[in-house]
Ligand binder design. Structure first.
Ligand SMILES: [Cu+2]
Length: 507
């Protein structure tokens, strides 16, 4: 039998890649030829000649998620997930992006501190990669850690567009010095396929700590929903999926992760979903969380299971000390049975993979934090998020402070104005029962308060804000230009849940 890494290498070779790396790498392979070469000039202009460090082709292609179960999606280089891109922190890279589809595209470098010209977001003014056209970009990868790339097109009612497609790929930016307490690393991308609309309303999920809700937000949200339903309005559309995958294969249909007793495996887990919150457990094992969204946490502790909002990443070390053949999978029985899992097989063990549901455990970002620090920001923005049930042709319309971002795809003036170098706080209030994975572009932010409890030291670029909850995030305005802020749930961002910050380079 081939190992996972060998089989993926075969796959990559067959896919005709010009670069890329296996998603499963022995530690010894880190920093080898996959990493882009160092460039001489950091201030180089974007010229179209010369060899790029990597090439991405956006194209429609069949993806086999299980034997004879083939979905047709827009992908990167004809594969799912897109190739793992390994960059070196601070070393300029050149990327050629070809768009072989009929639709203009945007490729967003999620979690990176890049310019608006490169970020891959039309709302910030990044040029589109034209249909059947090409764009060459250059940027300095930063900060170090686990990032990813994905499309930033609006999908609206089109379930083959935006992140419903297969346009998701991992990025690892190697730090100048690698923390070394593991034997090998493994990238896992969780992603659903074959989306469909439903009108049932999503089930409320309630796994976040602290659990404290704000009564005023709850009253406002519940009464708005009651009033809408009383007028005979059905609930707004939600998205469900027929198939579920890790690294593009349904549970039981990919190569197992083969491990040895005593091995310490560093998992880099990405929730690549367009709309879903995911969880992950491995029976009899725990996860020592060392980084959230690629940023090293101050307090790396063990937890029995992981929760990830859309676009969140968790890097965690699993010590393989419980031999057997296990299903590492999502806690949701239905989703796991429809594919959201991967088999972990110890050397010398055989038999049917076993799933044992973990004991209930709630997810609390503050477990990984430092004690609260009293830092006062230079300015605070108040934001309240609300839902107009089914108000936009059957879709829920989303607002920030009562304003819905225009759905035309055109550039709009920024709502929030900043000054370079200042530290800002966003006080977020969720007047809906949905959990929102809130994302800020081109900056990392620090969690400073969750559910009314102060905290510090956890740096992220996406944070889940619970139903009727409030939270504070702080960021330093250190990357001038238009900066998009939005919910990462595709249906929410596409129907208004976005706004823009702006500030100029000073001096
Ligand atoms: Cu949302």
């Amino acid at each position: 039998m081939k190992s996972l890494s060998e089989s993926r290498r075969d796959f990559l070779r067959k896919a005709g890649l010009t670069f890329g790396a296996s998603l499963l790498l022995p530690k010894a392979a880190l920093g080898q030829s996959e990493a882009p070469q160092q460039k001489q000039s950091e201030g180089a202009t974007t010229q179209d000649s010369g060899k790029p460090d990597c090439t991405l082709h956006i194209r429609t292609s069949p993806i086999e998620i299980a034997p004879n179960r083939i979905v047709s999606v827009t992908s990167y280089n004809g594969q799912f997930p897109g190739p793992l891109l390994r960059f070196k922190e601070g070393q300029l890279v050149t990327v050629d992006i070809y768009n072989d589809t009929d639709v203009a595209e945007q490729l967003h470098w999620h979690g990176q501190k890049v310019s608006t010209d490169v970020d891959g977001v039309s709302e910030e003014g990044t040029p589109f990669i034209p249909a059947h056209g090409k764009r060459r970009i250059e940027f300095i990868p930063q900060p170090a850690g686990f990032r990813f790339y994905h499309t930033h097109n609006r999908a609206g009612a089109n379930l083959s567009a935006g992140q419903y497609s297969g346009q998701v790929g991992p990025v690892y930016i190697e730090p100048r010095s690698e923390p070394g307490n593991y034997d090998r690393e493994l990238f896992l991308v969780m992603k659903e396929f074959e989306p469909t609309f439903s009108r049932g309303g999503d089930m409320a999920m309630d796994f976040l700590l602290p659990a404290s809700r704000v009564k005023a937000l709850e009253d406002a949200g519940e009464s708005a929903m009651k009033a809408s339903l009383a007028k005979g309005m059905p609930k707004g559309y939600e998205v469900g999926y027929r198939s579920f995958t890790i690294n593009g294969r349904m549970l039981g249909h990919g190569e197992p992760i083969r491990v040895k007793q005593g091995e310490r495996v560093l998992l880099h887990v990405l929730n690549g979903s367009a709309t879903e919150i995911r969880s992950l457990a491995l029976p009899g094992h725990s996860f020592r969380v060392i980084a959230l969204d690629g940023n090293v946490v101050p307090n790396p502790v063990k937890v029995p299971l992981l929760w990830l909002g859309t676009a969140e990443r968790i890097s965690a070390i699993v010590e393989m000390n419980h031999p057997g053949v296990w299903i590492m999978g999502d806690l949701d029985n239905d989703d796991r049975r429809h594919g959201m899992g991967i088999v972990v097989e110890y050397a010398g063990c055989s038999g049917k993979p076993e799933w044992i549901a973990p004991l209930p455990h709630r997810w609390n970002y503050m477990l990984f934090a430092k004690p609260a620090a009293s830092v006062s920001p230079d300015g605070t923005f108040e934001m309240t998020f609300a839902k107009d049930n089914a108000a936009e042709e059957g879709f829920n319309r989303w607002t920030i402070n009562g304003v819905s971002y225009p759905m035309t795809g055109e550039m709009t003036p920024a709502t929030f104005h900043l000054q370079q170098g200042k530290r800002y706080r966003i006080h977020m209030r969720n007047a809906s029962d949905d959990i929102h994975p809130i994302h800020l572009h081109r900056h990392s932010f620090e969690l400073t308060s969750l559910g009314g409890k102060p905290t510090s030291g956890v740096m992220k670029d996406v944070v889940m804000l619970g139903g009727y909850q409030e939270a504070d995030i702080d960021f330093v305005a250190d990357n001038p230009g238009l900066t998009l802020f939005h919910c990462h749930q595709q249906l929410h961002m596409d129907y208004g849940f976005m706004t823009l910050f702006d500030y100029r380079k000073s001096g």
